[in-house]
Design a protein around this ligand. Structure first.
Ligand code: PLP
Length: 405
């Protein structure tokens, strides 16, 4: 009899684990009926953007995170562009190469040079020693990232930034709901943090971003910046942009925020289940958290070490795709290997970044995902590991015959 564990993997001709493709992420959203009367009100009011729902959303977020000022914007990318502009950063910005491209892009949009730092092989967040080594005389800011939702080493990074007298800015795109080791929430540190509310993030308004800061003067500048740099008299003080959030997005955000703690709890429980189910699979590693820190688990990512797992990351991804399981290779290529950055070479080799971008695999996770789906994904992965030798032989034979033909 075929039990789930000895069933032939789909890549070798067995039946796939899922008839319908499991997406890698899906936004968790409130029930639409809770929104419909407020949507009608917004439509009747004639105030479609940056009005009372945006103000209320900002206040709700500020009290949820425990931060003084929240500036809602149209996206995290827009938020980082505005933040770099309004904090007066000059020269270069140090960002990790092992991350999503938006932080580096935001620096370039401000005509700032991008300096790429390496990451840590255990925590997968930017390595403070590499940041120190990357800082040049012209460094104007450190822009760190809470990779996959795990808080980066903000204490070490703040000390580095303080020694140089430059701001620490945080791309918190992944980190809504995450907590630092000292009990404070992500969104409360550095000069400012910037969240994304795009559909793959733990809290989503379709599109959107939130800049959080305890610096009142900076918050005022950001509010002017998101209005083209126009403080209201049409005499623009600096080159801002339209970075406003719509009332519809803010309404969705407020309604979602009320349910968010429950969603986050569920997301963490699912992540723990993945970790438990895969704890004894050789060559599968999970992200290491700093003491006391809690991740928002924006992504459930594993590091696949081919020597122990028996297959490399790309081959495992193919095997999972055959089972109906979507994956992503976040972040591959890393920033310094992307075409847009071909002229930006790192000052030193980035060995951990190279290793991570070759071995990281993001598995499906969303807050309302059924527990049974996690279990079946884990079973598939174990089955693929158990058949690794045969899979490796078969795929090698296929690529040899392709080369021959
Ligand atoms: C998604 C993401 C962004 C960009 O967010 P948008 O809201 O889409 O602009 C920035 N940084 C990281 C690390 C991200 O994952």
């Amino acid at each position: 009899m075929q039990t789930p564990l000895n069933r032939t993997p789909a890549i070798l001709g067995g039946p796939p684990a899922f008839a319908e493709q499991v997406p890698v992420a899906r936004p968790t959203v409130p029930d639409g009926s809770a929104l419909s009367s407020s949507v009608t009100e917004i439509l009747r009011s004639g105030m479609l953007t940056n009005s009372c729902h945006v103000q209320a959303f900002e206040a709700d977020i500020a009290s949820y995170l425990g931060v003084e000022h929240v500036v809602a914007v149209s996206s995290c990318t827009t938020g980082i562009i505005l933040l770099l502009r309004c904090s007066g950063v000059r020269g270069s910005v140090v960002v990790p190469s092992f991350t999503f491209m938006a932080a580096a892009h935001a620096a370039d949009w401000n005509r700032l040079d991008v300096e790429l730092a390496d990451s840590d092989l255990r925590t997968w967040t930017v390595d403070p020693d590499s940041v120190t080594a990357t800082l040049t005389a012209s460094a104007g800011a450190v822009l760190a990232v809470h990779t996959y939702g795990a808080p980066c080493d903000v204490a070490a990074l703040q000390a580095i930034a303080d020694r140089r007298g430059i701001p620490l800015l945080l791309d918190a795109a992944h980190g809504f709901g995450a907590g630092y080791g000292d009990g404070q929430m992500v969104g409360t540190k550095g000069m400012a943090e910037v969240f994304s509310l795009s559909p793959t993030k733990p809290l989503s308004t379709g599109e959107g971003g939130l800049i959080t800061t305890n610096d009142g003067a900076l918050a005022r500048e950001l509010r002017i910046g998101r209005e083209y740099g126009n403080p209201g008299d049409y005499n623009s003080r600096f080159i801002g942009l339209n970075g406003r959030m719509t009332e519809f997005a803010a309404l969705l955000g407020r309604t979602a925020l009320a349910e968010f703690p429950e969603w986050m709890q569920r997301r963490r429980t699912l992540a723990q289940r993945y970790a438990r189910n895969l704890a004894h699979v050789p060559g599968v590693q999970f992200q290491q958290m700093r003491h006391g820190a809690v991740s928002s688990v924006k992504d459930l990512s594993i590091r696949v070490r081919p020597a122990d797992f028996g297959l490399d990351r790309d081959c495992l991804a193919k095997c999972l795709a055959a089972e109906g399981i979507s994956t992503r290779s976040y972040f591959n290529p890393p920033v310094h290997r992307q075409t847009a950055y071909r002229k930006v070479q790192p000052r030193a080799p980035l060995p951990a970044t190279e290793e991570l971008s070759a071995t990281m695999l993001t598995l499906p996770l969303y807050s309302h995902m059924p527990t049974g789906v996690v279990d079946r994904i884990c079973e598939s992965l174990q089955r693929i590991h158990a058949a690794a030798d045969l899979v490796a032989e078969t795929t090698a034979a296929v690529s040899t015959s392709r080369r021959a033909s």
